[in-house]
Design a binder for this molecule. Structure first.
Ligand SMILES: [Zn+2]
Length: 90
């Protein structure tokens, strides 16, 4: 995997708990599994779910950041207001 940005997911085989299937994320969107299944297999589905969970987490974190910036802006505005009040210019 050296030199590539492909991600690798190890998903336990359902038939044999000691066996793992490797699912590779290719080109940032395509999931390739090493099992012989030619249809969407549970391994790729599991990797897909993990990716969906990660992007949902990223979206939630981005929303939190936006809220934090709004709060900071409100704090700055309130601080300006208090300075005016204290200076008697309100
Ligand atoms: Zn598979």
């Amino acid at each position: 995997m050296r030199g590539t940005h492909d991600r690798l997911f190890a998903v336990a085989s359902q038939r044999n708990q000691n066996h793992w299937h490797l699912v590779r994320l290719v080109d940032g969107s395509r999931l390739v599994c090493d099992c012989p299944s030619h249809v969407i297999c549970v391994h790729r589905a599991a990797a897909h779910l993990e990716l969906a969970r990660e992007s949902a987490m990223r979206a939630a974190n981005a929303a939190n950041d936006a809220r934090g910036e709004r709060d900071a802006a409100n704090d700055r505005r309130d601080a300006d207001r208090w300075e005016l009040i204290e200076a008697g210019n309100w």
